[in-house]
Design a protein around this ligand. Structure first.
Ligand code: FPP
Length: 243
């Protein structure tokens, strides 16, 4: 991440897609079911979209799985989401190996329970040598928190005499984000008709194309993902240059 790339990436296929998986609760209530039922169906969409990334040649997929704000939800829902995450890590690990997909996580991971952290770090470690695809789970993630954490890390370096304040530029701040080695998203998708960023990747989405759809996340599968990619292919990315 850093200043806009001198040469734009392929205009056809985004290298990195970031998704706000919204609408699980509404999808469930339309069917008279619990919110957790909706999240379970949402996990199926995540599986489908991960496969679609492989098929379309999208190298990086970041999904907003749990925000710093989500802790205010009822305890049963929070516990259910954490349990779904652990199931995903156990049940889908083999698919990451088969497709040589590396798992990453972004967020204040120390805020997750020891059980979730253990499972998460185990799969991150087990897939660390893969490079055919990358799945990034945003967990206990907040965009402002990430920027604050990067600013604190820089301040500590200045205090320790390791960095001059004048040396702090965009590249320096980028280098202190949670996952500096991951390229910025090219395309951000939000489902369920909400037109907000909700504190998602505030720094990294500076030059991304946005795609909003009314489709609720559990109904967002390969076909809907392909439609989003087709819309992206029509965009003209200028990175501040004249058209
Ligand atoms: C937003 O929908 C969704 C979430 C807060 C959680 C997303 C989690 C999943 C899709 C589960 C699968 C994830 C993993 C990593 C296995 P909402 O509940 O706010 O929907 P609503 O706006 O309709 O209420």
């Amino acid at each position: 991440m850093t200043p806009p790339p001198a040469k734009p990436p392929s205009p056809e296929v985004p290298r990195h897609v970031a998704i706000i998986m919204d609408g699980n609760g509404r999808w469930a209530s339309q069917r008279g079911k619990s919110r957790l039922f909706g999240h379970r169906a949402g996990a199926e969409s995540l599986r489908a979209v991960l496969r679609a990334c492989r098929d379309h040649g999208v190298d990086y997929l970041t999904v907003y799985a749990f925000s710093t704000e989500n802790w205010v939800r009822p305890k049963a829902e929070v516990d259910g989401l954490m349990s779904l995450l652990r199931t995903f890590l156990r049940r889908d690990e083999h698919e990451l190996h088969e497709n040589e997909v590396r798992l990453h996580a972004t967020g204040r991971l120390e805020g997750l329970s020891p059980g979730v952290r253990k499972e998460l770090f185990r799969v991150i470690e087990a897939t660390r040598n893969y490079d055919k695809g990358h799945l990034i789970l945003a967990l206990n993630y907040g965009g402002r928190t990430e920027i604050v954490d990067a600013a604190c890390a820089l301040a500590r370096k200045v205090q320790a005499g390791e960095l001059e304040p004048e040396a702090i530029d965009e590249a320096a701040l980028s280098a202190h984000m949670y996952l500096p080695e991951i390229p910025d998203p090219d395309l951000m998708i939000r489902t369920s008709g909400e037109l907000r960023l909700s504190n998602f990747l505030l720094w990294e989405l500076s030059y991304a194309e946005f795609y909003f759809t009314e489709t609720l996340w559990p109904d967002f599968r390969e076909e809907q993902f392909a439609e989003a990619l087709a819309a992206y292919a029509e965009r003209s990315r200028r990175f501040g240059a004249p058209s």
